[in-house]
Design a protein around this ligand. Structure first.
Ligand code: FMN
Length: 175
């Protein structure tokens, strides 16, 4: 038997979403509202709430970095998700090292094994149209940096207050 529930409870049933550190200018924000929008050209979108400091920066600068943190970086992930760049320099506070980007203006994070450089190509202002919680910034991934020893099992996923790592591959698709 299935119970009919509201839409938010429906969304809440998803197991988890990747959690990343998004860099905008010199600031870092923890983000779980993240998805790819196109393989070619490669595009990724991030959902940012209008009250975030990063929101002002991304609107102004029109670029951002997506940095994949690993399990051992969990304290920094929490810190960047609980503190605002309006009050604190998160690079200083976490000890994370800024990495120079190749193309965009926003800094990247050295300790993250993967860094994507994204230029905003589309903005979806769902907050003004629907009073939605998140607005979406879709960026073209103009270049990326990947550590040779990176494995996907190191990346973090998050949902409903729980951090997890992704589990083993149990099957492959013929698609
Ligand atoms: C695990 C986790 C995931 C989060 N995901 C998002 C998100 O997808 N979008 C968002 O706007 N805020 C998200 N937040 C909250 C922001 O990271 C938090 O409000 C942060 O302090 C904003 O920083 P800023 O003001 O420097 O931009 C998340 C926080 C945590 C801990």
């Amino acid at each position: 038997m299935k119970n009919e529930v509201n839409g938010l409870k429906g969304i809440g049933t998803f197991p988890a979403f990747p959690v990343v550190l998004v860099t905008v200018r010199n600031n870092i924000i923890t983000v779980a509202a993240l998805d790819f929008f196109s393989f070619e050209p490669p595009m990724m979108g991030v959902g940012i709430c209008p009250d975030r400091f990063s929101y002002e920066l991304i609107k102004e600068d029109q670029d951002f970095g997506i940095n994949i943190p690993t399990k051992d970086m969990i304290e920094s992930v929490e810190f960047c998700g609980l503190n605002s760049g309006r009050d604190v320099d998160k690079f200083n506070a976490t000890g994370l090292t800024p990495m120079e980007p190749t193309i965009i203006k926003s800094k990247l994070i050295t300790e993250c094994p993967v860094n994507l450089e994204c230029k905003v190509v589309k903005e979806l202002y769902l907050s003004s149209e629907f009073s939605a919680t998140h607005d979406w910034f879709i960026g073209r991934v103009v270049t990326a940096h990947v550590d040779g020893s990176y494995e996907k099992t190191q990346a973090l996923v998050y949902w409903a207050k729980k951090y997890r790592t992704v589990s083993d591959v149990f099957s492959t698709t013929k698609i």
